[in-house]
Write a protein of this length. Sequence first.
Length: 124
Amino acid sequence: MPDTATQTTTVRLLLDEDVWPGLASVLRERGFDAVHVSEVQRGGLPDADQLTYAAQTERAIMTHNIRDFVPLAAEWFLAGEAHAGMVLSPQLEKGELLRRTERLLQAVSAKEMGNSVRFLSDYG
């Protein structure tokens, strides 16, 4: 669980609709700031809209949709558009997804996450 002194620099997550919705609840129970798109009535929206919302709310977006988000990251980079980061991962078993997500959240600050693309496989 992060301490209160570091929470202001802790990555805030927006979980895309293909991510296990319960992950947001478990992360919140452990002191992290995470919401699932279904909790903020954003289900079914295009990927670009989800990324725009994540950027506006200063949240890194976490998704299993690597195929569509890698090109989006490139588009935003080339356009000079800022975002709070992307966390990309293949589908994982729930426990493994939680473990790797916690590792990432403990290792990377919000500043380091900004405008970057991180692969959850690097936090195994």
